[in-house]
Write a protein that binds this ligand. Structure first.
Ligand SMILES: NC(=O)c1ccc[n+]([C@@H]2O[C@H](COP(=O)([O-])OP(=O)(O)OC[C@H]3O[C@@H](n4cnc5c(N)ncnc54)[C@H](O)[C@@H]3O)[C@@H](O)[C@H]2O)c1
Length: 363
């Protein structure tokens, strides 16, 4: 079987999921080397997953054997390392967000195009059975013409469980840049590109206290908005409301719903690959019922987007978790914050095609 020699940069919390999934589900992604600012972490992951080489990041980027770089560093590392990897002639798949700002994202997309390299970005949860089913049913007209959507992600932040939660309160973090990509990618996948946004934002608490180990008791200075309300106008004319918050202990809100001329769909948590989908047909007196999921990925399959990028490369077809999609989502997030700061609506600088559906036989 054809393989791609791959280097993984960033060996923290999420790297275990990627390395496990590459090894067990997508072995054509052959991880030859890992690197991390903290060498001990890279050594730990290499030992755990049988990765042959632990390198300094500069060595990994300069290694001519490696054709693909998977960037699993914190958000501040995404733009600079993605650029360095593309400049070194490597295909890139990056965790979200693609970069900290749209200008950097635009430059990355341009660089990848000019060098004929693949650029892809998380999330890839929309390739799971949940959103693949939703997309098929929506395109078949189950709820008629989509007119509106709501998306809610409210929680009290990640300092209670993540071992190094600082980055969630620095630029590139906050609930919008951290969790927004799941919700916005799902919305764009279903409804197409966004044309214009409005926004309101605040940081309700200037300081956070870590309660997870190993840094329990330490304080984090909050540098980003932590409760953000976005209004989205899609190019199709549909409207959506997005609320992302790290300031709320809990709520009873749906995760993501789409409302059409002929009914409604209540959809899975877009941070997951599958969960039940509920459908309400139009008309008085109807009730919600569960619709069956199509066959597909249901477990935590992070890395599926990378696998599709590589298969796309081998087969000469576009990949689905694309740089254009990740850039458009980044543009939406930045535009919401700009709208909040200026008090005016903001027109998007980018657009993207709705990616197609994952081949049901994809392996
Ligand atoms: N933890 C999760 O559940 C989760 C889930 C999905 C996506 N993500 C995303 O994955 C990314 C990483 O998250 P994480 O939870 O694994 O963070 P983490 O802090 O646990 O790990 C990040 C690792 O990257 C390393 N690193 C940072 N800058 C680097 C640089 N310039 N060069 C080399 N190494 C560098 C750090 O030393 C650390 O080991 C983030 O963008 C996050 O949003 C995390």
């Amino acid at each position: 079987m054809k393989e791609i020699k791959t280097g993984v940069i960033g060996c923290g919390n999420i790297s275990g999921t990627y390395l496990k999934n590459f090894r067990e589900s997508f072995p054509f992604i052959r991880v030859e080397a890992v690197s991390d600012l903290d060498r001990a972490r890279a050594e730990g992951r290499a030992a755990e997953f049988g990765v042959p080489r632990v390198l300094e990041t500069a060595e990994l980027l300069a290694d001519p054997e490696l054709e693909l770089v998977v960037n699993l560093t914190v958000p501040a590392g995404h733009g600079p390392l993605n650029r360095a990897a593309l400049e070194a002639g490597k295909h890139v798949y990056c965790e979200k967000p693609l970069a900290l700002d749209r200008e950097t994202g635009l430059a990355l997309a341009g660089l990848a195009r000019s060098k004929n390299l693949r650029l892809g970005g998380a999330p890839d949860t929309f390739l799971g059975a949940g959103y693949q089913t939703a997309r098929r049913r929506l395109d078949e007209g189950l709820i008629g013409v989509p007119v509106a959507a709501t998306a809610f992600m409210v929680c009290r932040g990640h300092e209670s469980w993540h071992p190094a939660p600082d980055f969630y309160y620095k630029p590139g973090g906050g609930p919008l840049f951290d969790m927004g990509p799941y919700y916005l990618t799902a919305l764009v996948y279903l409804l197409g590109p966004v044309a214009r946004v409005t926004g309101l934002a605040r940081a309700s608490f200037p300081e956070r206290t870590i309660t997870s180990q190993p840094d329990a008791g330490q304080k984090i200075k909050v540098e980003v908005a932590t409760h953000i309300i976005g209004g989205l106008e899609f190019a199709s004319g549909a409207l959506a409301t997005l609320v992302t918050s790290f300031d709320v202990w809990g709520g009873q809100l749906p995760r993501l719903e789409v409302y059409g001329s002929e009914g409604s769909l209540s959809l899975p948590d877009p941070n997951r690959f599958a969960a039940p989908i509920l459908h309400l047909p139009g008309g008085r007196g109807q009730s919600w019922s569960e619709i069956p999921l199509d066959p597909g990925y249901t477990a935590n399959s992070r890395g599926l987007g990378t696998a599709d990028l590589v298969r796309g490369l081998f087969e000469g077809r576009p990949h689905l978790a694309s740089g254009e999609l990740a850039l458009h989502v980044l543009d939406i997030m930045q535009s919401i914050l700009e709208a909040a700061a200026s008090g005016r609506s903001v027109k998007l600088a980018t657009a993207c095609e709705r990616p197609g559906r994952l081949d049901p036989d994809f392996k």
